[in-house]
Design a protein around this ligand. Structure first.
Ligand code: ATP
Ligand code: MG
Length: 264
């Protein structure tokens, strides 16, 4: 087994009196793709945000490679450079061209010279299939193209790990496929990835492991076929049945009495 690229030990996070993460233990190996699924409010985003210290954990430890992020003496900016993050909202700079969106963080944060930053930007735009949009502005791109630019921008920083928080859930359905295809290629290239998603087809086909969270804990984890195809826990089954067939879940929630009345 390769060394864990991410290691989370007994992670807790509270917001005031709201105990959101209640002891998460998770290891992600180098090159592994882990999809995190679970109902709204279960703590998926909070977990991702604790893994790059956008949120400060209340307890427990987080490691990236051999570096402990939760060590008070850590150079957090240095560690963060090793972690790329892609959000539901793409957060591109609207007043900068696509290329400038990719070169600015490289120059500011990594101190790369203009030529190097431009070369790396071009390489990564090609990687997401958007070379022809190098000079375009974000507002002229579709949501799916903007998200692919956001992925290229994260990749241009040379991260060891990529975190994705529902990268396709703000997109029109017909634009989702192109973004997932880019993520699939990234996985095939051996990137270590942690992906919060509701795309069960993607999770089944691309994830090495699926983690189901509810109420701030990991309820179950395993291969996609196991967790999605043959869930052991009632909470997982209930979540998946709602996701795969929302109409069924509504019917399920009506009591037999109500169903009878509706039919009468
Ligand atoms: N910055 C914050 N301040 C206060 N409470 C927060 C903050 N961020 C998250 N929470 C709370 O933590 C809980 C978990 O939120 P989180 O966003 O992690 O859930 P999620 O699983 O990502 O949900 P969703 O599927 O809706 O994105 C919620 O009760 C939320 O209100
Ligand atoms: Mg979330």
């Amino acid at each position: 087994m390769t060394r864990p690229e991410i290691r989370v030990e007994d992670l807790h996070k509270s917001f005031g009196g709201n105990h959101v993460l209640r002891g998460i233990d998770l290891e992600i190996a180098q090159g592994e793709v882990v999809c995190v699924i679970g109902p709204s409010g279960s703590g998926k985003s909070t977990l991702l945000r604790c893994v790059n210290l956008l949120e400060e954990p209340t307890g427990g430890r987080v490691f990236v490679g051999d570096t402990e992020l939760t060590d008070p003496d850590v150079d957090i900016d240095a560690v963060r450079r090793r972690i790329g993050m892609v959000f539901q909202q793409f957060n591109l700079f609207p007043h900068l061209s696509v290329t400038e969106n990719l070169t600015l963080p490289q120059r500011r944060v990594l101190r790369r010279d203009r030529a190097t930053a431009a070369r790396v930007a071009a390489e990564n735009l090609a990687r997401v299939g958007l070379s022809e949009k190098a000079d375009a502005f974000p507002s002229s791109l579709s949501g799916g193209q903007q998200q692919r630019v956001a992925i290229a921008r994260a990749l241009a920083m040379g991260p060891e790990v990529m975190l994705f928080d529902e990268p396709t859930s703000a997109l029109d359905p017909e634009l989702v496929g192109d973004v997932l295809a880019v993520m699939r290629r990234l996985a095939e290239d051996g990137m270590t990835m942690m992906v919060v998603t509701h795309e069960m087809t993607f999770a089944r086909e691309v994830a090495d492991r699926v983690v189901f969270m509810d109420g701030g804990v990991i309820v179950e984890e395993g291969s996609p076929d196991r967790v999605i195809g043959d869930p052991r826990h009632e909470r997982t089954r209930h979540f998946l049945s709602r996701l795969l067939d929302p109409a069924m879940a509504e019917v399920e929630e009506e009591t037999p009495d109500q169903v009878g009345k509706a039919e009468a």
